[in-house]
Design a protein around this ligand. Structure first.
Ligand code: ATP
Ligand code: MG
Length: 323
């Protein structure tokens, strides 16, 4: 194992005419991990992926992939990476197997080896039965799987997945997540772009929030959530008319600020310490207030995203498969 980061980006810039797609972006991603690039439409995700995959040349700044500079050594980069595009790059006229064999040939694997690898990844992605059907007859989920399979034919150390689950139904999405998790567990480095909080939360050890061509926040799911606000303890009482009493009892604990009444019989208190739930239960027990529900709620990544970018991410889900 090397100690070279999977990706290292410094001050990267790219404009298309007057549109600044990358505005001096800095980012470092460790090897053998999943880095999620989380951002809304137009944030610059695909542009960054294309620059890292040597498909477009940055205007300024530096990008190094597994030790290879994307401008000085594009071939070195290409040998190490696999790329699954936002719009599945599957040739519809060819069968799934033929698609993969072609990719193998592009990697100079030789005919026999290409066939062997194609069979292997088809099996792995549950596509063996459909392998000899034209890819044009595949469902959206199958195409994404084929696209992901294609990135693995050349056994890359780093794969780029540009919005791998956009437009997929929940089941296909879960299948794809499982495959990404397997790859991650095998030590493949993955840069994944997504507009979905839950996807970043589920898959990534490192999350970089991108907006307007820059990274606006970075961390793990939990450190990002912490930036937006502490977790809160929510308590639900059996009897609504004990709400005021309960507030007084909870207020006597050294919580972080006063308890808040959310609704009759429902209170919340900022989590000031790990033992707050236990102390809250004891305090409510002392006044004989029956508790029917208690939970610690951390802010969702959706809330984090909104706090950082001022934008919601839902309602923008596209279904390009339908197009
Ligand atoms: N080839 C191009 N020509 C002109 N403008 C472009 C081109 N590629 C990207 N852009 C612009 O650059 C900005 C960033 O685009 P990019 O595709 O990187 O966003 P994205 O984060 O991938 O968005 P999405 O979630 O919609 O895929 C956008 O304003 C886009 O319109
Ligand atoms: Mg994109």
């Amino acid at each position: 194992m090397t100690s070279v980061p999977a990706i290292q980006v410094e001050g990267l810039r790219k404009s298309f005419g007057k549109v600044v797609a990358l505005d001096g972006l800095d980012l470092v991603g460790a090897e053998g991990r999943v880095l999620a690039l989380l951002g809304p439409n137009g944030a610059g995700k695909t542009t960054l992926v294309r620059a890292l995959a040597t498909l477009l040349r940055p205007d300024a700044g530096r990008a190094v992939v597994l030790g290879h500079d994307v401008v000085a050594d594009p071939l070195g980069v290409r040998r190490e990476i696999g790329l699954a595009g936002q719009f599945a790059a599957v040739d519809e006229v060819m069968t799934g197997r033929e698609n993969l064999i072609m990719v193998g040939r592009l990697y100079h694997l030789g005919r026999v080896e290409s066939q062997r690898r194609a069979g292997e990844v088809l099996e792995r992605f549950g596509l063996s039965d459909a392998a000899d059907r034209r890819a044009g007859t595949y469902s959206g989920g199958m195409r994404r799987r084929l696209d992901l399979a294609a990135t693995l034919v050349g056994r890359p150390r780093l794969i780029f997945l540009d919005e791998p689950t956009t437009g997929l139904d929940p089941r296909s999405r879960a299948q794809l997540w499982e495959m990404v998790e397997q790859l991650r567990d095998e030590g493949t480095s993955i840069l994944l772009t997504t507009q979905y909080m839950d996807e970043a939360d589920q898959l990534a050890q490192q999350i970089a929030v991108i907006d307007g061509g820059r990274i606006v926040a970075e961390g793990t799911a939990s450190t990002l959530k912490e930036r937006v606000g502490r977790s809160r303890l929510l308590v639900r009482l059996a009897e609504r008319d004990r709400t005021e009493e309960a507030r007084a009892a909870l207020g006597a604990l050294d919580g972080d600020g006063p308890p808040e009444i959310l609704a009759p019989g429902e209170l919340s208190l900022a989590m000031s310490a790990d033992d707050l739930p236990a102390r809250a239960v004891r305090a409510l027990d002392r006044i004989n207030a029956g508790i029917v529900g208690i939970e610690v709620r951390t802010p969702t990544l959706e809330e984090v995203f909104f706090a950082l970018t001022g934008r919601r991410t839902d309602g923008e889900r596209r279904t390009e498969e339908a197009a």
